[in-house]
Design a protein around this ligand. Structure first.
Ligand SMILES: *Cc1c(COP(=O)(O)O)cnc(C)c1O
Length: 848
């Protein structure tokens, strides 16, 4: 493949390119920064107010609005002046040094490749399903805001994720509209001479040709691959047809395209990232391809290349259940990657399989993509503190005999891109309190500024939000009913449903059983009483899709629709179909309380509850995911006892009752308790504290700063050191690992002596190192932590001459006698500067 500098040519013959000013308009429309920076809204609205309100898709507008209309607007000096100003602002925003340039001017970090199966950036680009894509999209946007050099890599699906219709019978129907690349805000990547930039993967039978696309997110870029190339063997053109659909075969092919194709694309573009961030295990094959490229460049073996490159790989795991990780039958891996292993990586297929299996005793086990990610990364993270805990349990089997709290998985709690999820009026309120650039740097001071906003102002803001929301809900509902053939009378009724003065609860999420979307339906009569209390009524808005293969999830939707269709309920509960980013934006801005009822600990983080913070809604959530660390009694409400109860139906019943109690006794009274001006002071107090205390922390601004400082910068540095000199250090590391692998079984702790003298213990032990040097290991005195305290770990001192003919070394340590002698034990672990133990070497020997 040749590596000429590619260029993108967004404009095709479809457009009135001859019109002076049109290219400016197109440039703005192709920049997804428009989707959250509302400065450009007005120029799109003028093109077609109705379509704009419906789609918020500038690039789509440009293709549907008549040329005459565009011509007229561009000829209007007012419009042109507005346009020129926006283009100038865009350029300034891209060139101004941001947080990263100001705080890390001389860093070793030039590029982070961020791989994800889905990206939720804008409704105009429907290549997402839910939470995972949300995290990816929001992090890319925050990277732009902060100037962190992140480059996204993903897939361009011809159909994306399914769209939802609720039919006359209350059943979910899945439909798959076609994503026409010409109508998406993407530009094809081409060489300077106009040729397509194509990436080739050699697979058995047929090569796969991949096309590449570029998405502009401010100064940040996202590259997307798709296999819909006419030169492909026809079935291969369908590889990128659908997100999370199809067979294991198809999924594996998608992951090959994403991981291997994605890294190859970066190469073809001349980009050499120091850091590769794997957002979930789907893209783990990038680890192999990155190592392969290093092999080619340095002439080193696969083991050395992996030792060099893994230091620059960062893995984030998102699931809280073992079944959530993608895994493939060994035969399938062998079929598609056998040649790649042998011919490209120079390793056997069983060596490759071992990277995705628990251990050598499980050579017929499925190949687990998350295991590969852990074996190939220098840092591993969960997405909340609780999820870090859960993940240490999930991956404990990869680190046999290591204490649970030393399983090398940390966490960086998720956040959301606040500017994408604030409503226009929330933006106004925050701008007044905290200034325009509040999300572009450190956010520690913002809370104080929001605390200064008065109750009256906060309540005015919420009242206006409720009015806007009720209008939106009615419109959306009527359209949805018309599309599924609802009788006229019902549609007329729908135009008067809901009341802006009534307390509005919101629940929107994927309908999966562990999320318990039916918890509120546990006692339908009690729920109905709560909703229809004449003094203090409540209204509930719901949304959510169930995966087309998830029958149980679809049954939960049906259960709600059946409940809602009862005449006495209809006024109080609305189910809005086709939960997507646009709908989500309206919901999080409009409801008063956001409900979240997962079974702990299965919601790894959850992000929708974070989206309501900036808009002044209050969370009522199970103590799971992010809420387990965010909750305080003065900022929201909590469900559950902070313990795990599996899917015990008795416990579900207890929590359902607790939820009704909480609503009846706390939430509803607080909302309707007004002062003489009609303001619910306790409510606005809680709301203000939720906004002030939580919004800055649970933003991707904080997340991306943490990833940059705690992960990317150290990873970039470590990778550079190991890679220097054609991987000289990596070679030493790989050799050292190999020596350890060979010798470790012969290590032994002998002749331990322990005695007490006054307040001290004296330990000594004779340790057989089996040919390893004392500096290769650390001999430690260890005692489990008690009462939630950290374990005691102290390095013993080596008398560094073998003390007998067997080559044993004498180790000694004196410690205060603070605990019973029997609490202590000795252990040997590998030790080498710059090596992460046990992530990179998981050997351990215990005294007992
Ligand atoms: C925020 C969001 C999600 C993820 O929300 P969770 O809290 O993780 O369930 C899913 N889908 C859409 C459309 C969203 O906006």
């Amino acid at each position: 493949m040749d590596t000429q500098t590619p260029c993108s040519s967004p404009l095709t013959a479809l457009f009135p390119t001859e019109l002076e000013g049109f290219d400016q308009l197109a440039k703005l429309a192709l920049d997804l920064r428009c989707s959250w920076n509302h400065a450009t809204d007005d120029i799109w609205r003028q093109l077609d107010p109705e379509l704009w309100a419906l789609t918020h898709n500038p690039w789509g507008l440009l293709q549907t609005v008549s040329r005459e209309k565009i011509r007229t607007l561009l000829a209007d000096p007012g419009y042109r002046a507005q346009l020129d100003k926006l283009v100038k602002k865009k350029r300034e925003a891209e060139q101004t040094p941001a947080w990263f340039q100001q705080n890390h001017p001389k860093s070793a970090l030039n590029a982070v490749a961020y791989f994800s199966m889905e990206f939720m950036l804008s409704d105009a680009l429907p290549i997402y399903s839910g939470g995972l894509g949300n995290v990816a999209g929001d992090q890319l946007k925050a990277a732009n805001d902060l100037g962190v050099p992140v480059i996204g890599v993903g897939l361009l699906y011809q159909q994306g994720y399914f769209r939802q219709i609720i039919d006359q019978n209350g059943l979910q129907q899945a439909v798959y509209p076609y994503n026409d690349p010409g109508q998406l805000p993407v530009s094809p990547l081409r060489h300077a001479n106009g040729e397509w930039l194509r990436i080739k993967l050699d697979l058995p039978g047929h090569p796969i040709w991949l096309r590449a696309w570029q998405v502009q997110v401010g100064r940040t870029k996202l590259y997307l691959l798709d296999s819909n190339d006419t030169a492909n063997y026809a079935p291969f053109r369908a590889i990128t047809s659908e997100l999370y659909g199809g067979s294991a075969d198809l999924r594996l092919m998608q992951e090959l395209v994403l991981g291997i194709g994605g890294w190859r694309l970066l190469n073809a573009l001349g980009i050499e990232p120091e850091v590769c961030h794997l957002n979930e295990g789907h893209a783990s094959f990038a680890i192999l391809e990155r190592a392969r490229c290093f092999m080619k460049k340095s002439g080193q073996s696969f083991a050395v290349a992996l030792a060099a490159t893994r230091a620059g790989n960062v893995f984030t795991t998102h699931t809280a259940v073992a079944a959530g990780f993608d895994h493939f039958a060994p035969a399938l891996i062998e079929q598609w990657l056998g040649d790649y292993a042998n011919l490209e990586l120079g390793i056997s297929i069983s060596d490759l399989l071992a990277l995705g299996q628990v251990d050598a005793n499980h050579s017929s086990a499925d190949f687990n993509m998350a295991y590969l990610a852990i074996r190939g990364s220098g840092a591993v993270n969960g997405v909340s503190a609780l999820h870090g805990d859960v993940s240490r349990r999930l991956f404990a089997s990869l680190f046999p005999r290591w204490p649970l709290n030393e399983i090398p998985i940390g966490h960086i709690t998720n956040g959301v891109h606040t500017p994408s999820w604030d409503s226009a009026s929330a933006d106004e309120l925050w701008t007044k309190a905290c200034g325009k650039d509040r999300w572009l740097g450190a956010t520690d001071e913002l809370g104080q500024s929001i605390r200064a906003v008065s109750d009256a102002e906060l309540w005015r803001f919420r009242t206006a939000a409720s009015q806007t929301f009720v209008r939106y809900v009615r419109e959306h509902l009527v359209r949805q009913m018309a599309a599924s053939g609802t009788p006229q009378a019902d549609m007329e009724e729908a135009q008067h449903l809901f009341d802006p003065k009534v307390l509005t609860l919101g629940f929107a999420r994927r309908f999966a059983t562990y999320k318990r979307p039916n918890l509120l339906l546990h006692d339908p009569a009690r729920l109905l009483r709560i909703l229809t209390n004449p003094e203090r009524p409540v209204q509930l808005v719901m949304a959510g899709k169930a995966h087309p293969a998830d029958q149980a999830g679809q049954a939960l939707i049906k259960q709600w629709i059946d409940f809602i269709r009862q005449p006495q309920v209809r006024q109080h509960v609305i189910f809005l179909s086709d939960y997507d980013m646009l709908l989500s934006g309206h919901l999080v801005a409009g409801v008063d309380v956001w409900l979240n009822t997962p079974q702990r600990p299965w919601e790894a983080s959850g992000t929708s509850g974070m989206k309501v913070l900036v808009n002044g809604a209050i969370n009522l959530s199970e103590l799971d995911g992010w809420w387990a660390e965010a909750y305080r009694p003065d900022i929201g409400w909590a469900l559950g006892d902070g313990k795990e109860h599996g899917d015990d139906p008795n416990w579900d019943a207890i929590e359902a009752e607790a939820l009704y109690d909480l609503l009846e006794q706390e939430v509803i009274p607080e909302f309707y308790q007004r002062d003489e001006q009609g303001i619910p002071i306790e409510w606005t107090t809680r709301m203000r504290e939720s906004m002030a205390h939580l919004t800055p922390h649970f933003s991707t601004n904080r997340v991306v700063r943490e990833y940059t400082e705690l992960r990317y910068l150290p990873a970039a540095k470590a990778f550079r050191e190991r890679a220097a000199d054609n991987g000289a250090l990596a070679k030493q590391i790989a050799d050292w690992q190999q020596t350890l692998d060979q010798q470790w079984a012969g290590l032994r702790i002998d002749g331990v002596m322990a005695r007490q003298e006054s307040q001290q213990y004296f330990f000594s032990a004779s340790v057989l190192l089996n040919g390893l040097a004392p500096q290769d290991v650390s001999v430690e005195l260890y005692a489990d932590g008690v009462d939630g305290k950290e374990a005691l770990r102290q390095t013993m001192v080596c008398e560094c001459l073998p003390d007998d003919s067997k080559g044993a070394y004498l180790y000694r340590l004196t410690v205060p006698a603070s605990r019973a002698l029997t609490n202590y034990t000795l252990r040997i672990i590998p030790c080498r500067e710059g090596i992460s133990t046990p992530l990179e070497v998981n050997h351990i020997v215990w005294e007992h």
